[in-house]
Design a protein around this ligand. Structure first.
Ligand code: HEM
Length: 416
């Protein structure tokens, strides 16, 4: 199915009750694209906790906290395998090594194989190994903010958010910095962890792999102090690492780790720019920044993973058929009034600061420690080095929808 086909509305299947149909197109719903979190809160209030939308080929949307949380953990019914790993491996075996497409592991693999493939990545992104990168990350944040401080204005996504995680990634992976622009372009083009269109995903992953391949191959015989070298030195249940898996890991980390941080930062900074009392409080008490950062992740959750029904099931009274797609709409689950009191209010002192912004169950985000460090360091740096900043009244923020919603532009002004 192509992207164009997917946006088309399809007819309601016979097993879907009319009461559970609600029109929502995550790619182009005008209100979602205008302000994703206003629309997510509207859905949380007004649409059924689990509904079927005729858009994008027709699919289910789960949006209550309980339904999303339970389904993300129920991998036996809700599969991440958008295609069978065996069929994929058989297809790749037919293709010459240099033309192979990396498999999206571990994100598109179900347990029990998932645990085996996720295992090697744990040590790489553990709190300890991530903290070892803090001074480099802080130096980069300071360089970026100092670069805009004297200008009195910036478009934050272009001037800061788009650059920050890409440079961190290149540094951590030991990839050549002169390819930074190329990586930034790729990161901008590929706006989702995994698109429902398999062909699009394959091309995207092949493009990313082709840019990284030379460094990955070179590092195999020449280990250095970077993540590619670390991954080469790991074993997979006693087996040495192989090139196919290395490409898969590097590509998925690129896809999952860049755009997400770009968007989280944009949403966070947009909130800070509209909440001057919060800016003042955090400047006076920077020790509160980690709690503020958590609450920003909850309030502005933006990832909506997709699962495929592995078999016909009845889930919370709703009949789902094998092969149907279910979007786990975390942006609404994060403002579910049954779970959070005054859910649309930003409150870093709320009793329940825990949230599902990083997912739940076996696929819960592997990069959450790194993401939190990147976000905290950037918020600390902005609040320390920029005077009070606001949204530019002449150029309001722009957003986009999709599986990963995000800001397209956030114009800020300060001083004067
Ligand atoms: C604020 C930033 C981030 C957010 C909100 C976020 C969110 C998520 C979510 C919701 C999932 C679950 C997807 C699913 O269930 O299908 C996920 C998975 C994943 N994330 Fe993140 N992520 C962020 C940053 C990062 C970073 C910085 C990295 C790595 C460098 C990363 C690597 C991954 C990987 C590898 C997975 C797949 C894990 C698996 O399948 O076992 N993420 N992320």
């Amino acid at each position: 199915m192509t992207s164009a086909d997917m946006t088309n509305k399809v007819k309601r299947p016979a097993h879907v009750p009319a009461s559970l149909v609600y029109d929502f197109d995550y790619n182009s719903d005008p209100e979602y694209c205008r302000d994703p979190h206003a629309r997510a809160a509207d859905l949380a209030r007004n649409a059924p906790p689990m509904f079927w939308t005729p858009y994008n080929g027709g699919h289910w949307m789960f949006q209550s906290y309980e339904a999303v949380s339970e389904a993300l953990r129920d991998y036996a019914a809700f599969s991440s395998e958008h295609f069978s790993p065996e069929a994929f491996a058989a297809m790749m075996a037919e293709i010459p090594e240099e033309e192979r497409i990396p498999a999206p592991v571990p994100i598109c693999i179900d347990p029990p194989l998932h645990a085996k493939l996720r295992g090697p990545l744990y040590s790489t992104f553990s709190p300890k190994s991530v903290l070892a990168r803090e001074s480099g990350i802080r130096a980069l944040a300071e360089r970026l903010i100092d670069g805009i401080a004297g200008k009195g204005r910036c478009e934050f996504q272009h001037d800061v958010s788009d650059i920050y995680p890409v440079e961190i990634f290149l540094g951590m992976f030991g990839l050549p910095v002169e390819k930074e622009r190329e990586y930034r372009e790729m990161a901008k083009r590929h706006l989702s962890v995994i698109s429902p269109d398999l062909a699009e995903n394959m091309i995207m992953m092949k493009n990313i792999a082709s840019v990284m391949r030379d460094t990955i191959v070179e590092r195999r015989d020449n280990l250095k102090d970077d993540i590619i070298s670390l991954l080469w030195s790991l074993e997979l249940e006693g087996e040495p690492m192989n090139l196919d898996l290395m490409l898969s890991y590097c590509v998925i980390l690129f896809i999952a780790g860049l755009d997400t941080v770009v968007n989280a930062l944009g949403f966070g900074v947009r909130h800070l720019a509209t909440d001057l009392a919060l800016q003042r409080e955090l400047r006076a008490k920077p020790q509160l920044i980690p709690d503020a950062s958590e609450e920003l992740l909850r309030r502005y959750s933006f990832v909506a993973p997709i699962r495929i029904m592995k078999k016909d099931s009845t889930f919370r009274g709703v009949q789902l058929l094998q092969g149907e797609r279910v979007m786990m709409f975390i942006p609404s689950a994060s403002v579910d009034p049954k779970t959070y009191r005054d859910p649309t209010v930003f409150d870093m002192r709320r009793e329940r600061l825990s949230h599902m912004a990083f997912g739940a169950g076996p696929h819960v985000c592997l990069g959450s420690h790194l993401a939190r460090l990147e976000l905290n360091v950037m918020y600390q740096t902005i609040l320390l080095r920029l005077p009070e900043f606001r949204l530019d009244p002449e150029r309001p923020p722009q957003f986009h929808g999709s599986i990963i919603a995000g800001p397209t532009s956030i114009h800020l002004v300060w001083g004067g």
